[in-house]
Design a protein around this ligand. Sequence first.
Ligand code: FES
Length: 503
Amino acid sequence: MSTGKHESYWIETSDFPPFEKLQTDINTELCVVGGGIAGITSAYLLTKKGYKVTLIEALKLGHGTTGYTTAKLSAQHKLIYDQLISIFGEKTAKIHYQAAMETIEFVQETEKELQADFQFNMEPAYVFTDEEKQIRQIEKEWSAYKKLGIPGALLDDIPLPISAKKAVRMDQQAQFHPLLFLQAMTTYITANGGTIYEDTRAETINEVGKTTVKLKDGGSVTADHVVIATHFPFYDFKGAYFARLDMARSYIVSGKSPLAYPGGMYISVDSPSRSVRSAKDKNGETLWLIGGEGHRPGKGKQMKEHYSNLRNWGRSEFDMEEFDYNWSSEDFISLDSLFYIGRITEQTKNIYVATAFRKWGMSGGITAAKEITSLIDTGESLYQDIYDPARNDGTKGIRTLAKNLVEVSKELVSGKLEKTTKSIDELEPGEAGKIRNKGKLIGVYKDNDGTLHKVDTTCTHMGCEVHWNDAETTWDCPCHGSRFRASGEVIEGPAVKDLKKAD
Ligand code: FES
């Protein structure tokens, strides 16, 4: 029985051309930092408007969160509309819904315009529960749909062959292949005067005089406008994003089932949560994508178990035997559940940020690109500033902020007192552990060739203790979600510096 590759289906079936690394000083009109859906869509829209755009990506295009998503292009966003109405009122909830619906239209139109195939198809989206205690929430969400005029239905069952006590359906939603979408826009950008660099990590921004993005390995980009689309903003002290973002890591497995896929995209509100959608593999056969098992990054012991839990669920519910792919991603959530899109602070007029897509980065990333393009091009918000990062985060926000700060303080203390695990000699190939050297914790990973990689496990962002993730073979930080390779190189921010090597 195959458990499949440790890779994302989207990455495996896309083919971006390589781009060179930037290490010199350059000038441009617009600098977009981040080669995921928010960054590439921003670069595409701004190139279409005639701006001279330079996009820099720390890794490879599409290899951040966008390559590891479920790629549901939906306005459903789990349960949110009842909550948005009660916190912000119907007007804001309606703008949020319409913004997401416009992203569906946008992808459909872009597919036609660029004469590409994004494997786009319309599907209804379902949020369901099999727990008595969640039924009321589903009913309240349906009442919110009715208030907002959202087409759908309240149901006692779902088309999937699993038990569900109540569900709410949203009609006219969509799913697609996110990297085919990015690939086509990348081709357009480079064919129309835009420049792209990969393996080029931004480290900080110098705002004295002109706005200059300083690069980690030397070189810089000076620009009239800078768009930070790095998922967690790398320039996070400005705007205090390190305190205003909550985070979650979740997992996806894909494989085939002997059952016929009934159509639709699904997500449960139960614990653990489950998400299901379908896609077509290279041979046109139906892949079942099963997601869930969300948890705070850097927390928990055996991360590999999250994949096996999903596979076991696929086996028991859908008779899946063979699995093809396994992947995971990290998501950030704002204090009040709305995205942070716009000027990084009220006073900063030419640095923009796009983050906190709350696991709905396909619609969130495109909404961000449209909003930032409008702010740069006309100075006007398309969405009446509901996503303005400088907004007041509200009472709910303050509670989450306090919870985040407590979490970080606890980690700063408890992480340093952590007990060591095994001695170096006891480590098996592919295994990692921590040892103490003169009172300092050192992370040691023994790779499959037996080579030892030793790092100082102090996160280079704000000093929390990173923890080993055996599913991804990375060091993950529980405080703000930075991730590092086993050998210490930073993969995901807010950290921009590698872990220090240790003896
Ligand atoms: Fe902030 Fe590690 S301390 S990500």
